[in-house]
Design a protein around this ligand. Structure first.
Ligand SMILES: Nc1ncnc2c1ncn2[C@@H]1O[C@H](COP(=O)(O)OP(=O)(O)O)[C@@H](O)[C@H]1O
Ligand SMILES: [Mg+2]
Length: 257
């Protein structure tokens, strides 16, 4: 498979803190991979760098063979790289349908289909068709997470970055969102890179994991390799404990979300 995303020596510093430290990896077209790491590891910052929400200090990002240096978030979305946010960010004062329509108006998406028809099809695909006319303010949290994915899909991405798509969801709400992500990957051939803390669901979803700690990539491999990796165990559990990192997914030893 061809590399869709190539990250080479990416760095980002906030004052004295190195949030992303010499990160390099590639993502093949059609892959579903995940980024794992304790709170503060630099995962969201990495997404912000890839999508142009933050300028990088150094390093290179190539997407579909094109260097993204100096591209705005808007230009990057129009190349086919879309993301969701860790905290849901719907447009207030608008309906569910209108929120998705905004994404459908992106030039990239408009080339394909009429925005209204496309928005309705996306709501159907994510299981929100019945919520189309509802104001976003009345949506339960699980539906807000679906809407977040719908808004990203509306821009017709080739690569979808999902920042903690299960955040704030109860166990029973996770499985349907997980199934939705799996379906988007399998049925629509979308390349997906996701960040998640809920290890069990995460490990079942992705075929490859890139583990980060203190801004660096500390390991990369299949989920089975990663849960046994000494540096991953250490990052999650501290130097003296050797338990399974999947056992205590939400107890990160350092930093804040
Ligand atoms: N805009 C910012 N300004 C200053 N520090 C930031 C900013 N964004 C993130 N950080 C810091 O960078 C580190 C990595 O944060 P983040 O990428 O959000 O981690 P993660 O998503 O892995 O939990 C943290 O220490 C965080 O406090
Ligand atoms: Mg984060």
């Amino acid at each position: 498979m061809n590399a869709l995303l190539e990250i080479d020596g990416l760095n980002k510093r906030f004052a004295g803190l190195v949030a992303v430290n010499d990160v390099s990896f590639t993502l093949a077209s059609g892959e579903i991979a995940g980024i794992l790491g304790p709170n503060g590891a630099g995962k969201t910052t990495l997404f912000n760098l890839l999508t142009g929400f933050l300028p990088r200090d150094s390093g290179r990002v190539r997407f579909a063979g094109e260097d993204l240096a100096g591209h705005s978030p808007h230009q990057i979305v129009n190349r086919g790289l879309a993301r969701t946010f860790q905290l849901c960010r719907p447009f207030a004062g608008m309906s569910v349908l209108e929120n998705v329509m905004v994404g459908c108006l992106a030039p990239r998406a408009r080339r394909h289909e009429a925005p209204l028809a496309r928005a309705r099809a996306i709501l159907e695909a994510v299981g929100l068709a019945h919520r189309a006319p509802a104001p976003v303010e009345v949506l339960p949290y699980g539906d807000l997470r679906r809407l977040e994915i719908a808004r990203a899909l509306a821009t017709k991405p080739r690569l979808l970055l999902l920042d903690e798509p299960f955040a704030g969801l109860g166990t029973s709400e996770i499985e349907p969102i997980s199934a939705l992500i799996r379906r988007l990957h399998a049925a629509e051939g979308l390349t997906i890179l996701l960040i998640e803390h809920r290890l069990r669901e995460f490990m079942q979803l992705v075929s490859r994991v890139i583990a980060m700690d203190f801004g660096r990539v500390i390991a990369s491999g299949t989920p089975a390799e990663i849960v046994r990796h000494p540096r991953v165990i250490e990052a999650y559990l501290g130097r003296d404990e050797a338990a399974d990192p999947a056992a205590e997914p939400d107890e990160a030893p350092h930093g804040a979300a």
